[in-house]
Design a protein around this ligand. Structure first.
Ligand SMILES: Nc1ncnc2c1ncn2[C@@H]1O[C@H](COP(=O)(O)OP(=O)(O)O)[C@@H](O)[C@H]1O
Ligand SMILES: [Mg+2]
Length: 298
């Protein structure tokens, strides 16, 4: 099957093989940055754990099995329209995580066994791509962002199969360096296993404190580094508390604007432009980076 971005869509998964690095934070804030520039992003969080993207952006939905959800669509047992799965917040469309994601491997395996018993093929790792294509996502959206879990498995494989590109949050530490070193063999393994080409659009160091060791670690990264994001625990913690993007948090929940936080927002804007440019996508209404008074034209 062809890549989803045949129709000039920007598609990527935020991925790192280390957990707690900033995948979800990166996905949510880049989605917000694409949206405020006038693009239409769809975010597909695939991490079944708590503390996930739909919680961060406050669109957590009902999670009982009878409620229609993405997994049902992936195993060809939809309980409604794809478009009804979507929640929208600040111009970002999201398909909220659902409890059935925890058992995605079993559901896919069962469907595959049944299909094969009927002499049919069923690609366990191509189902997200199929669902998105059948729903017309490449035609309707400018950007697709998947937020898979760190562990290898069908969530990650489906995300990568659908997006073919990665944005890698990196912890600037020895642990982070090991994760980046492991990434190359991981990407090669995924390419072989999925029989697709996987590109790295950018690495995004997060929590940088400008120490000598950290600078050395960043020097060794071979991927494009459009921006290096500093230590912003207070800002990010606030986002989880108020369930919103960093843009909305600073605009609506800070009593005063701090330059270093506005600079972090500007960085998300610039990373978004970098990613858009990498596929020749031009945002119709890009803000001055970090400008919170930018008017979003829907
Ligand atoms: N720039 C930053 N500075 C400090 N903490 C951050 C920064 N970005 C994200 N965090 C925090 O790091 C933790 C893990 O981030 P998260 O995006 O949930 O990672 P992952 O999805 O990789 O598990 C969260 O508590 C988040 O608020
Ligand atoms: Mg996460």
């Amino acid at each position: 099957m062809d890549a989803i971005h045949d129709v000039s869509m920007l598609a990527y998964s935020t991925y790192s093989e280390a957990g707690g690095v900033g995948k979800t934070t990166t996905a949510a804030n880049l989605a917000a940055a694409h949206a405020r520039a006038g693009l239409k992003p769809l975010v597909v969080p695939l991490d079944p754990q708590d503390g996930d993207l739909s919680r961060l952006l406050g669109v957590d939905a009902q999670r009982t099995e009878s409620v229609d959800n993405l997994v049902r669509h992936m195993i060809r047992r939809p309980n409604g329209e794809f478009s009804d799965l979507i929640r929208t917040v600040d111009g970002v469309d999201i398909i909220p995580e659902h409890n059935m994601l925890s058992d995605l491997a079993e559901y896919l395996q069962r469907e595959k066994d049944q299909a094969e018993a009927m002499g049919e093929a069923f690609g366990m790792h191509a189902q997200l791509l199929r669902v998105l294509r059948e729903a017309g996502v490449p035609e309707e959206y400018d950007v697709l962002i998947c937020d898979p879990p760190a562990t290898e498995g069908p969530h990650l494989y489906n995300a990568i199969h659908a997006t073919r590109s990665l944005v890698i949050p990196v912890e600037p530490s020895a642990k982070g360096r090991a994760a980046v070193e492991g990434l190359e063999s991981l990407v090669a393994g995924l390419e072989e296993q999925l029989d697709v080409e996987v590109g790295v659009l950018a690495a995004v160091p997060i929590g940088f404190k400008d120490t000598r060791d950290q600078r050395k670690i960043l020097d060794e990264i071979d991927y494009p580094l459009p921006e290096v994001i500093g230590e912003r625990s207070s800002l990010m913690e606030g986002c989880w508390m108020e369930q919103c993007s960093a843009f909305t948090y600073v605009r609506e929940h800070r009593d005063r604007r701090r330059d270093y936080e506005l600079e972090t927002l500007a960085q998300y804007d610039r990373i978004a432009r970098h990613l858009e440019e990498s596929v020749g996508l031009e945002a119709p209404n890009p803000p001055e980076p970090g400008d919170l008074d930018h008017e979003v034209i829907a």
